[in-house]
Design a protein. Structure first.
Length: 603
């Protein structure tokens, strides 16, 4: 597939196999060398794809480069990340946004990329918080959280997908049933909802409620149906109760009909959201019977079929996405969880129990051709989701596939009783799948999306746009209001302005820090000794830290990102005075030499 790094590998490969892998037999060594060549991206060269991996209980998203499998960055979302200055401080907007939406922890499962005309458009990434009924939007210009909203009436916000082709909604389904209307504990009142949120603001526009639950979501491609798998049609409250029936369902929601019913006032407003109760207004939700307790739900790239992976059944159910009829139910292996697609009519299904990815041909399976199974490959171990590049769009790329494995066992150096989750990169460009690399990750990726770097090439911002509230260079000031002190501070290599300010013990201090750099990557941090404060302020960004001044004395604040040769000198003093001692509001009180005004030329 990729030959551009061939020469580098000619040098690298023999080294690798003589030094460390002397036990590899010759014929295997050739295969390993070719795999190494495929994933080798020399330092300074860029990967072909971004892979966004959900962080599960880490509460955010991890960005990797594919095919090198290099970790590039973390996007914290539902959990404060003090090291990155995210939501770790009373004053920051990220803290307020997260706190206003609920608890400061989340469980992210399904990253979803926005599309235009059936292709990724590089604008937004949405992700769910299963634990606390929230959805977040990440702006891909900055790779930063732009919005977090609580979804009313939902519990276990699990399946998440964009309503295609327009993406005007993202929709999220409730996996955990409860009574959100009367707040009783009576299971007879239990409902789940599928919530439709405005793709930009994440306001919940309307919901469809029903008995039972919904697990994983996928959208049809023509603006009519969206689909969810439903494993608890029994409305059971015990694991036995949830597997009583031989068949559960795929739910198909007729979105235009739901919109019409809402417009006609047929919905009941519950907790501020119009809810169509499917038990009272049937027709919005069609249940298509599938073998018991299905899991993955995936619409084919052409929008013709929706596939429900069997989980407890060794089958994948193929449903016509327009007639809603089951057209085939091929056997694929044990524990099928999720399916993904290439550009040649093949499906790749993860088999949790078999620890395999199985490749099968969709049309052959529909026609009943016994040769529908094409290939299978072992993965390590117990794969959950699997995702091929572009598989959620109308134009999959058919080159790379990621297998997101729950256990890594002996794959990596042992690091105590717990081991990392493991992803494997599989080349699906040929007839046979080839596992070419494995990379560990923080816990616990459930799903991933890959987007070509070309899509984002002209979108990713170089710097933030200075917000209106930003302090301008030369306009730094200290504003005192009784026990409250506001410090309007700028930073640029390699100086904070002011370099000191005075305050009394117990005063509430807010530092409004603006990074006035115009050069990408010139992040400055602001740590304040013994006050638990760390901001990360990227170029063009303005961040606020609010805290209470400690006992009298000198506390240095310093830059936490190594930014220049004078990084260590990039520091200033908070001078906490004793009660009754006068404080100065001039910039840099007590600085030596006195009366030297700070200048803006610190390049
Ligand atoms: S779920 Cu985790 S493996 Cu939340 Cu998408 Cu299937
Ligand atoms: Cu600024 Cu280090
Ligand atoms: Ca069931």
């Amino acid at each position: 597939m990729k030959t551009k790094y061939f020469f580098a590998l000619i040098i690298a490969a023999p080294l690798a196999f003589t030094a460390c892998n002397s036990e590899v037999p010759k014929e295997k060594a050739a295969a390993v060398a070719s795999a190494a060549q495929q994933v080798y991206v020399p330092p300074g060269k860029l990967d072909d794809y971004y892979a966004f991996l959900s962080g599960g209980q880490s509460g955010g998203v991890f960005v990797y480069g594919i095919p090198s499998c290099r970790y590039i960055r973390e996007i914290p979302i539902f959990e404060p990340r003090a090291g990155l200055g995210y939501a770790n401080n009373l004053g920051t907007e990220s803290y307020k946004r997260l706190r206003d939406s609920g608890p400061i922890w989340g469980d992210t499962h399904h990253p979803v990329l926005s599309q235009t005309d059936g292709k990724y458009d590089g604008k937004n990434l949405w992700i769910n918080d299963k634990a606390n009924g929230r959805v977040a939007r990440v702006d891909l210009h900055t790779f930063d959280v732009a919005e977090i909203k609580r979804v009313p009436n939902i519990q276990g916000a699990h399946g998440l997908a964009a309503y295609l082709p327009s993406c005007k909604y993202v929709f999220v389904n409730g996996e955990l049933e409860h009574d959100f209307e009367k707040n009783t504990t009576d299971p007879a009142n239990y409902r789940s909802v599928i919530a439709f949120l405005d793709g930009q603001t994440l306001e919940t526009k309307f919901e469809v409620s029903f008995v039972g639950n919904a697990d994983i979501a996928s959208s049809g491609k023509d603006g009519k149906y969206v689909f969810v798998t439903m494993y608890n049609t029994e409305n059971g409250q015990s694991s036995e109760g949830m597997i009583e029936r031989d068949r559960d369902a795929v739910g198909a929601i007729d979105v235009p009909l739901a919109e019409k019913l809402v417009a006609e006032g047929k919905a009941t407003v519950i907790n501020g959201v119009p809810v169509i109760d499917e038990t009272k207004i049937p027709g919005v939700l069609t249940r298509i019977p599938v073998p018991k307790n299905p899991h993955g739900c995936n619409v084919t790239p052409d929008g013709k079929y929706v596939l429900a992976s069997g989980k407890l059944s060794p089958t994948v159910t193929i449903i016509d996405a327009h007639t809603l009829k089951v057209v085939a139910e091929p056997e694929v292996g044990l524990g099928p969880l999720h399916s993904t697609f290439d550009n040649r009519g093949n499906v790749y299904t993860s088999l949790f129990v078999d620890s395999q990815i199985v490749k099968w041909n969709l049309e052959k399976a529909i026609k009943g051709d016994p040769s529908y199974l094409v290939d299978r490959v072992d993965v390590h171990y117990n794969v959950g989701h699997t995702k091929a590049a572009g598989a959620d769009t109308s134009y999959p790329s058919g080159d790379w596939l990621i297998s997101l494995n729950k256990l890594s066992k002996g794959m990596f150096l042992p690091v105590g009783p717990a081991m990392p989750e493991s992803q494997e990169l599989i080349d699906i460009s040929g007839d046979k799948m080839k596992v070419v690399a494995a990379f560990p990750s923080p816990p616990e990726p459930h799903d991933a999306v890959m987007v070509s770097r070309q899509v984002l090439a002209d979108k990713v911002a170089q710097t933030y746009q200075l917000p209106a509230k930003a302090t301008k260079l030369g306009e730094e000031k200290v504003v005192r209001n009784g026990k409250k002190l506001e410090v309007f501070m700028t930073c640029i290599r390699s100086k904070f302005i002011p370099e000191s300010f005075e305050v009394h013990q117990g005063d509430e201090v807010t530092i409004h820090l603006t990074n006035v750099e115009t050069v990408r990557d010139m992040t400055h941090g602001l740590a304040i000794a013994n006050h638990g404060i760390n901001l990360a302020c990227d170029p063009g960004q303005s961040q606020d830290a609010t805290f209470t001044a400690g006992k009298p004395g000198t506390y240095w604040y310093y830059c936490t990102w190594f930014c220049s040769a004078l990084h260590l000198e990039m520091r200033g003093r908070m001078l906490v005075k004793n009660d009754g001692e006068p404080v100065s509001d001039s910039l840099n009180p007590g600085a030596v030499p006195a009366n030297v005004e700070p200048k803006a030329s610190y390049e």
